[in-house]
Design a protein. Structure first.
Length: 147
């Protein structure tokens, strides 16, 4: 057995329009085909040019204890009696280093709070921010080889 890749991350939201706006218009993911049984209650987001969704968002519709998609997994409640997996800290997306300054400008224009950090020893710039649901997002700006 060998793992090929991390397939996707899934979050629930109580504000689907704001979440879609954040991931499409701020982060730069592309909303695409949704393979869900109930397309009105979920959204899939792709990295442009890739054929698999890296982020799935489910609409909790005000039900903090048990989102609709939970019935497929048949998972027990966690230690505090909810479905939430509160131990997750953040997820990270990698962008080209040339996208760093345009992203800073976009965040300022959209009045999105963020923090920056530069790892001088490995020439890595980071931006840390929160999505509309309080999920911490890390953006790494990397010097990728030419395509």
């Amino acid at each position: 057995m060998s793992i090929r890749r991390l397939d996707h991350v899934n979050f629930i939201t109580h504000d689907m329009p704001a979440t879609k706006d954040f991931y499409c218009n701020i982060i730069g993911l592309v909303q695409g085909d949704n393979l869900s049984i109930d397309t009105a209650k979920s959204a899939y987001f792709y990295i442009e040019g890739q054929d698999y969704a890296v982020l799935h968002i489910g609409d909790a519709k005000g039900d903090k204890k048990q989102p609709k998609f939970r019935r497929f997994a048949e998972l027990p409640e966690n230690h505090n009696g909810t479905f939430s997996t509160g131990a997750a800290d953040h997820f990270c997306l990698a962008l080209d280093q040339d996208d760093y300054q345009p992203m800073i400008e976009k965040l300022k224009l959209r009045q999105v709070n963020y923090q920056t950090y530069c790892h001088q020893d490995i020439s890595l710039k980071q931006i840390w921010l929160f999505d509309p649901n309080g999920v911490r997002v890390e953006l790494n700006f990397i010097n990728f080889p030419p395509k």
